[in-house]
Ligand binder design. Structure first.
Ligand code: ADP
Length: 485
């Protein structure tokens, strides 16, 4: 199995078109979360290697910025084809280092390719304006230009597709990149370097460094040659990067934490809601920023929903992602398991009832049973904090306004979901929820065509949609005078 993935399993950093080790020769071990075994190593790079990667991106930008939109569009289409030609190998690599099921990994790789294709198309639509001039002898033109070399820092939960949303628009806009993948899942990030080479993307356009997050992060933030930071990860780290990026007034895009509510009203189609709930809760074993964190269910359908959700949760097949039919892989590490246990202990100590699951899985390691808790209350920890695991807490509510107020009672505002068959209520609730993305009678809503992103402390900027390229472009106003007209 590893053999097929090997072509993309790069154990070196890509800087200026060369695969290199850390200057010190130091490495970080990469562990398979399904069995705790070492898959290999990656370089433990720091400030010096990052500075060289930035220089390479800066140098490459001087020519890359002059390529035509059509040329970049073709590069991205080629990149899309290379990804899809190697979907299985890339998916295997992803499952080995991240743990998710092969079905989800194949889906993520196809999703990465879909983002790249979307931005291949958007590359040719970065229109400017010709504005009616207030002067008879001058003309007013507005153009769009690439911001320059960008830095991308990504997490371990979607190590491939989170980069697709950043590398795709960067190339489309004419920007070069320095990428830092998460240390738990560096191979899917380094694979973008290998894919770019195979797609014929010029050297220095994509550079990938792995290693000390704070050293690499500081250099990316403080180095004036980097013009934009795009980050997906925790709110805590995102805030810190924003502060550091302020020193050189870089553009920032931030995809941070979520605390997604999932509301089920009395008039909802309960079976459909349960199906959506399973998808919105347990995707990637609950380790996504748009995973449902809190279920709010109206009194009239509460018991039926809890019973059906518990049954469906219990039916999920847990196991190593490489095994056929597995739906729930391991959590990323022991810390993640301990965190889920803490949420359960806190809930039960405050009167919550475990309806199904509640324990580490018999498979051991970082496997955990899909868990449903009823009797959830706003005093419990998951009201405010992101669970990031396979735990579904259910709150009971009576009135629509009460549910909307509870749903909004968080500093986060990424995704939310609700189920109803009443059209008036659908608009009322949709307009009342302070979130960047809303699923109405749908539990999975992400797609390259739509703008993904949050409000409040969930972040800044949008990825995907026609908005997804905006942050990679500067606006330039040109006034042409003395025309003698
Ligand atoms: P998670 O909880 O999902 O691991 P993090 O925000 O800790 O979220 O990690 C997301 C990404 O941010 C990873 O690539 C990680 O290495 C990186 N990161 C963590 N700390 C820092 C830091 N101090 N500076 C820059 N990047 C960091």
């Amino acid at each position: 199995m590893l053999q097929k993935a090997n072509a993309f399993m790069k154990q070196a950093n890509l800087i200026d078109g060369a695969w290199v080790d850390a200057d010190s020769g130091a490495t970080i071990d990469v562990i398979n979360p399904a069995n705790g075994q070492k898959l290999g190593t990656v370089p433990k790079s720091g400030k010096a290697e990052t500075a060289r990667a930035i220089d390479a991106a800066h140098k490459a930008f001087q020519t890359f910025r002059k390529t035509t939109a059509n040329e970049r569009s073709k590069m991205l289409r080629k990149l899309h084809d290379v990804i899809m030609d190697n979907q299985l190998a890339l998916a295997e690599l992803l499952t080995l280092e991240q743990g998710k099921s092969m079905a989800e990994s194949k889906g993520e790789i196809a999703f990465s390719a879909a983002y790249v294709l979307w931005f291949a198309e958007e590359a040719r639509r970065t229109y400017g304006d010709v504005v009616p001039s207030p002067w008879a002898d001058r003309r007013v033109i507005v153009t769009r230009e690439p911001v320059g070399p960008i830095a991308a820092i990504t997490p371990w939960n979607f190590p491939s597709s989170m980069l697709a949303r950043k590398i795709g628009p960067a190339i489309a806009a004419g920007c070069t990149s320095v990428v830092k993948p998460a240390s738990q899942t560096p191979y899917s990030g380094l694979a973008w370097g290998a894919l770019a080479e195979e797609a014929g993307i010029p050297k220095g356009v994509i550079n990938v460094v792995t290693g000390s997050a704070s050293e690499i992060g500081d250099e990316l933030c403080y180095n004036p040659l980097i013009k934009k930071i795009t980050f997906t990860g925790s709110t805590e780290v995102g805030k810190m990067l924003m502060e550091k990026a302020a020193k050189t007034v870089k553009k920032v895009s931030m995809e941070l934490g979520g605390n997604a509510p999932f509301l089920v009203f009395d008039d909802a189609d309960i079976d459909r809601a349960v199906e959506g709930a399973i998808a919105a809760k347990y995707r990637n074993s609950g380790q996504t920023c748009v995973c449902t964190n809190r279920f709010f269910v109206q009194a009239g359908v509460h018991d039926e929903f809890v019973e059906k959700l518990a049954k469906a949760s219990n039916n999920l097949k847990v196991g190593p992602g490489t095994e056929d039919g597995v739906q729930q892989g391991p959590l990323i590490d022991e810390k993640a398991v301990e965190k889920v246990e803490e949420f359960i202990a806190d809930a039960t100590a405050n009167g919550g009832k475990v309806v199904t699951g509640g324990h580490r899985h018999a498979l051991g390691g970082s496997f955990f049973e899909p868990t449903v808790i009823s009797g959830a209350t706003p005093k419990m920890k998951f009201m405010k904090e992101e669970i990031f695991g396979p735990l579904a807490p259910v709150f009971r509510f009576e009135k629509e306004e009460e549910a909307v107020a509870l749903a909004n009672d968080t500093e986060f505002g990424l995704a939310c979901y609700f189920y109803t068959s009443d059209l008036g209520r659908a608009f009322r609730v949709m307009e009342g929820l302070k979130y960047g993305m809303v699923g109405v009678n749908e539990g999975i809503i992400t797609t390259p065509e739509a703008p993904f992103g949050g409000v409040k402390e969930s972040g800044l900027g949008r990825e995907g949609g026609h908005q997804g390229i905006e942050d990679y472009l500067d606006t330039k106003y040109v006034c042409i005078g003395g025309l003698g007209l």
